[in-house]
Design a protein around this ligand. Structure first.
Ligand code: GUN
Ligand code: FE
Length: 462
């Protein structure tokens, strides 16, 4: 896990104790002796635990635990469009592929089928928390929240608001007032499902400035204040979009000022992309306390640009990673860790400066701790520390079907090991050559929410 932006802590002989609420109670480093000795000494030092029954996940010598990934920007209804973008860029991509696909979620059976599939996919890639854009439909949005809660994936679930004529007549809210009422209804439903917001919470989701009338943006700013709800939207992704915003909101100094004028910028706001923000806009975003979702695969696929992540980090912005499916072509945050590194290397080649390159460690930090801060859960998530919660994935490298495997032969895995590599080398191989076949089990708050046949299982100890 990451202990800072640049430091990945690796403990080859460690142990982590998690209680029945999913909270990490002890972290032991540089262990000597086996799990039995550790348990005995833990029980002896904590009398309240003397009679506890213990469940230990079997360890393996080719695997490791890693914090769950946090996807800070993803469109669940666009899952069936993954991989489809052709030669489009943002504005024609929306009209050609995205609005037709999303409009089909007026049918609840489409919503439950696609959302079940997508939550399975993201969990299988180690995503333990996701900030989801749904569609304009309240029943379908609520279904996504139901599914996340049932499956145990932490989620911020947002009904998409859009009432302007930039959206087609067949797929938009009827008025700003209708938009406000529908968003309010979805917020109330999601809060009734999970009153503490422990697994699922609502998020106010004006799609982006061009999709919303000024009245709609104001209504969303008011709703955020009244209901104390987080906000997510897109900003400064593509040059054509920026020009469109300037023409639709001629009185505003910049794209960021459009949101600012409608009370939508603040510490609970997640802004996706931020590829082309001006210095003035970056200052406004920083001073407002907004968080940034970097979506590198999407920015390359629909040729939006290379977000200046080193600059944003140096200025003090809080940054996490987003898959932005289906602008992004992969539901995997691991893929976006790679892509974040690639985008930074392309920027480095353009400006002839190695300083803008992100390291593997930095990209992994953005995928975990950075993401936790973006969604406001930095006290609970991101790393393996006492008091945080067990949102984790078990990664197995090497050939599958070997030691500890429950059910035999599954063919070759994507990452082979000789056995002499350092753990830092193994993590690097996982980042650049691994995929969901290496993610053999996933937990959220201590609950096993995904496993494959390679998961080695657990032992009970009294
Ligand atoms: N801007 C407005 N809507 C969208 C969307 O669905 N995806 C992306 N990437 N950008 C957007
Ligand atoms: Fe997006």
């Amino acid at each position: 896990h990451s202990t800072s932006l640049t430091t990945l802590e690796i403990q080859p002989l460690g142990a982590i104790g998690v209680d029945e609420t999913g909270t990490i109670r002890f972290v032991e480093r540089n262990l000597h002796g086996g799990p039995d000795e550790l348990i005995a000494s833990f029980k002896a030092s904590k009398s309240a635990w003397a009679d506890a029954k213990l469940v230990c996940i079997k360890s393996t010598t080719t695997g490791f635990f890693f914090p769950g990934f946090i996807d800070t920007h993803v469109h669940a209804p666009q899952h069936p469009n993954t991989g489809l973008f052709g030669k489009t860029t943002l504005l024609d991509w929306l009209q050609k592929y995205t609005f037709p696909a999303e409009s089909s979620f007026s049918d609840p059976s489409v919503a439950s089928r696609v959302y079940q599939n997508f939550v399975s996919r993201t969990l299988s890639h180690g995503t333990t928390t996701a900030a989801y854009f749904a569609t304009i439909h309240v029943p379908a949005t609520n279904t996504l929240a139901d599914i996340c809660l049932q499956r145990g994936q932490r989620a911020l679930v947002g009904r998409v608001c859009m009432d302007s004529e930039v959206s087609p007549e067949y797929y938009r809210d009827e008025s700003a007032e209708a938009s406000y009422q529908a968003s309010k209804a979805s917020i109330e439903y999601i809060r009734s499902l999970d009153p503490g917001g422990v697994i699922v919470q609502p998020i106010i989701t004006p799609r982006f400035a061009p999709s919303c009338t000024s009245a709609c943006l104001s209504a969303m700013g008011r709703l955020a204040q009244e209901s104390n709800t987080r906000v997510q939207t897109h900003i400064s992704e593509n040059k054509g979009e920026i020009d469109l915003v300037a023409s639709l909101f001629p009185d505003q100094k910049s794209y960021a000022h459009v949101y600012h004028a409608h009370q939508l910028l603040g510490p609970k706001t997640i802004l996706a992309h931020c590829v082309h923000l001006s210095g003035m806009e970056r200052r406004l975003v920083l001073e407002s306390g907004c968080k940034i979702s970097h979506c590198p695969a999407s920015n390359t696929a629909i040729t939006s640009g290379c977000a200046p992540i080193r600059l944003l980090l140096d200025e003090g912005h809080t940054v996490g990673l987003g898959t932005d499916v289906s602008g992004g072509f992969s539901p995997s945050i691991l893929e976006n860790v790679r892509q974040a590194v690639w985008v930074s290397r392309h920027l480095a080649m353009q400006v002839d400066s190695d300083a803008v390159k992100l390291s593997t460690e930095e990209a992994l930090y953005l995928a975990t701790c950075g993401g936790a801060a973006v969604v406001g859960l930095e006290d609970k998530l991101g790393g393996f520390e006492v008091g945080k919660e067990w949102d984790a994935q078990m990664i197995l490298l090497g050939n599958v079907g070997e030691e500890g495997c429950q059910d035999g032969n599954f063919g070759e895995g994507p990452v082979d090991v000789f056995g002499w590599e350092s753990w830092a080398d193994r993590v690097e191989k996982w980042v650049y050559a691994g995929d969901d076949r290496n993610t053999v089990a996933v937990w959220v708050r201590g609950r096993l929410v995904h496993r494959t046949g390679r998961y080695p299982g657990y032992e009970e100890t009294s």
